[in-house]
Structures are given as C-alpha cells and as structure tokens.
Ligand binder design. Sequence first.
Ligand code: THU
Length: 139
Amino acid sequence: MTDYKLLVKEAYEAQKMAYIPYSHWAVGAALLTKEGKIYRGCNIESSTFSPTNCAERTAFFKAVSEGERNFVAIAIVGNDKDTPIGEGDFCPPCGVCRQVMTEFCQSDFEIILARSYDDYKVYTLAEIMPLVSLPLKGE
Ligand code: THU
C-alpha cells in the first residue's frame, strides 16, 4: 500500500529546490519506485524558456538515469512561491509530463495531487491519460 502522506511530504521537500526566477511557480514531485526508493524533482527554469524542465520530468529523468524502470506512484505539489501551503490549489501535470509517464508506467500508476500535507487526491495514469493503451511496447 502506497504511503501517500510520506510521498506528499517528499514532494514538499523537493519543491524547496525549485529554480523559478521567471514564473515564481514552485513545483515539487516525489516519484516512488517498485523497490520503495523515492526520487525527488523540482522545476528548473531557463531565461530562454523552452529548456525549462517540470518537476515531474526532473524526478523521472533522475530515476531513469540511475537505472530505475519500475514506478508505482508520483506525488506532485505546486503553487506560487508566496502562497502558503494549504491556500493554493492542486497542480496537475502538464501534457508533456503525462506523455513521459506513459513511457515508463502502467495504467495503474498513481498520481497524487496535493494542496497541503493531508489534502490530496489520487488518480491513476489511465484516468489522466485516457485512450492510451498501456503498457507501451518500447523495449
Ligand atoms: N510546472 C511543473 O514543474 N509541473 C507542472 O505540473 C506544471 C508546470 C512548472 C513549469 C514552469 O517552471 C512553471 O511550473 C510554470 O509553468
């Protein structure tokens, strides 16, 4: 059983590292592997905008680059840097990050969106990426 609260806490820790001089929108993600390891990710922006990397993809790319291929869940938090925890809204992953999830995850992969330490919603990848047949056959 996934420890949602632990993953949300890890996502808030990851959010502290967000590099956001342009949008001031801080995002944190915590990605859980099948073996129980957690990879944190934050968004990293660029003055030329397009190289900006979302928190979710930072977490995935860190994990995949360390040899991980089996994922269970990801927790995501995101808010304006001046908005106190609990006063913002949920921060759903962008389409590009959802696409990356389909590359490495099964339809039952869980996406936890949190707006505070104990206010969160859980979705499956199938729910947020309808019409895609998972798993993909990339290997
Ligand atoms: N961002 C993420 O990191 N993840 C999301 O799910 C939504 C958007 C980042 C990209 C950019 O640095 C900032 O949030 C504003 O879009």
